[in-house]
Design a binder for this molecule. Structure first.
Ligand SMILES: NC(=O)c1ccc[n+]([C@@H]2O[C@H](COP(=O)([O-])OP(=O)(O)OC[C@H]3O[C@@H](n4cnc5c(N)ncnc54)[C@H](O)[C@@H]3O)[C@@H](O)[C@H]2O)c1
Length: 324
């Protein structure tokens, strides 16, 4: 039986991935420190005989070595996430996103050297494109970050370092690793607590409160259902031709944040209001945002035939149903 290790498996995306891997027949080991994840995210599979859950941090080298040594496949999703959290805790963001990745890749590299055949997926983010002004972002595009005095860029830069490391391990140690850049993944179990926009809007609408739109609301984003995304992750890792490569994963159908608020209002609670808040009030006076974030999905479509299958209304309904 194949053993898959999922770091951050009690988080939003990780918990859905764990369910799919168990369904595939894997033995799944989850490691999570519950910093932003919740044990309850794995309630549906808690008693599954092939699930092992370890509470701990992947900043612990001995723990990482013990867990990586058991695994045939490693899905590395644990990270400091959420713009609100990152803007407030840049030290933690950098430490959590860089050092553990290095520990995991080092151990995997040692195992490959010893003759093991192991596969690895690294969760990266559309934030690595920074403020690249292109209307569609493709994987070979430049990374255009803002100043180091603006803490929010530490997230994208730390994930970019992870990508550099992973690709270097592929080249120098023949480690089979694939990098996925997630673009606004949404669905049941995502929390709005760290600034994620869709759960924030749905929670507010259900509570009869105003939906708070930052700035003018004309920022454009694309929202993909977590099931589409975890399916793509599994297909990428299963395809040898994808190793050593980087893939955008998400939806390529943009919507402005103001229109998203209007869609949530219409579907969840037409009597809730929409209000505006400046970035300075929401984050800090220096906060810089990205106006448009749309992936070019041709590479992942060519590689594994990926196309997102959920439309936005279905996603909003699923998120609202989960909250209810
Ligand atoms: N949700 C999105 O739209 C999105 C977009 C881009 C990238 N990503 C990436 O996807 C991955 C999963 O994100 P998510 O949205 O599911 O967030 P999440 O916060 O729900 O999941 C992250 C999980 O990692 C755990 N964790 C964090 N640091 C840890 C550590 N040192 N040791 C052990 N566990 C630790 C947290 O407790 C949490 O369960 C992250 O790498 C994130 O950067 C997500």
């Amino acid at each position: 039986m194949k053993t898959s290790l999922v770091t951050g498996g009690s988080g939003f995306i990780g918990s859905h991935l764990v369910e799919s891997l168990l369904e595939r027949g894997d033995r799944v080991v989850v490691v999570d420190d519950l910093s932003t994840g919740k044990a309850a995210n794995l309630d549906a599979v808690r008693d599954h005989p092939q699930l092992e859950w370890v509470e701990g941090t992947i900043e612990d080298e001995l723990l990482v070595n013990r867990l990586v040594d058991q695994a045939d496949e490693v899905y590395h999703l644990a990270a400091a996430v959420g713009v609100a959290l990152i803007a407030k805790q840049p030290i933690q963001t950098i430490e959590r996103n860089v050092y553990p990745t290095q520990l995991i890749l080092n151990r995997l590299g040692q195992r490959v050297k010893a003759g093991a055949d192991v596969l690895c997926f690294l969760a990266s983010t559309s934030e690595v494109y920074g403020k690249n002004p292109k209307p569609f972002w493709s994987e070979e595009d430049d990374l255009v970050f803002g100043s180091t005095t603006k803490a929010r860029w530490s997230y994208g830069v730390s994930k970019a370092i992870d990508e550099f490391l992973a690709l270097a391990f592929y080249r120098e140690h023949r480690l089979k690793v694939v990098v996925g850049r997630f673009f606004n993944v949404v669905g049941p179990r995502q929390t709005g607590a760290y600034g994620m926009v869709l759960p924030r809007f749905v929670e507010a609408a259900l509570a009869g409160k105003a939906l708070t739109v930052h700035d003018d609301g004309h920022q454009e984003r694309c929202f993909a259902h977590v099931n589409d995304v975890t399916g793509a992750v599994i297909d990428l890792v299963a395809n040898d031709d994808c190793m050593g490569r980087v893939f955008n994963i998400g939806s390529d159908q943009p919507i402005s944040i103001l229109n998203l608020a209007k869609r949530v209002q219409a579907r969840v609670n037409p009597s809730s209001a929409i209000e505006f808040q400046s970035y300075a009030d929401a984050y800090d006076a220096d906060f810089e945002d990205i106006r448009r974030r749309v992936p070019d999905l041709s590479r992942i479509h060519q590689a594994i035939g990926y196309r997102p299958t959920y439309d936005l209304d279905a996603i909003i309904d699923a998120v609202a149903a989960a909250y209810r």
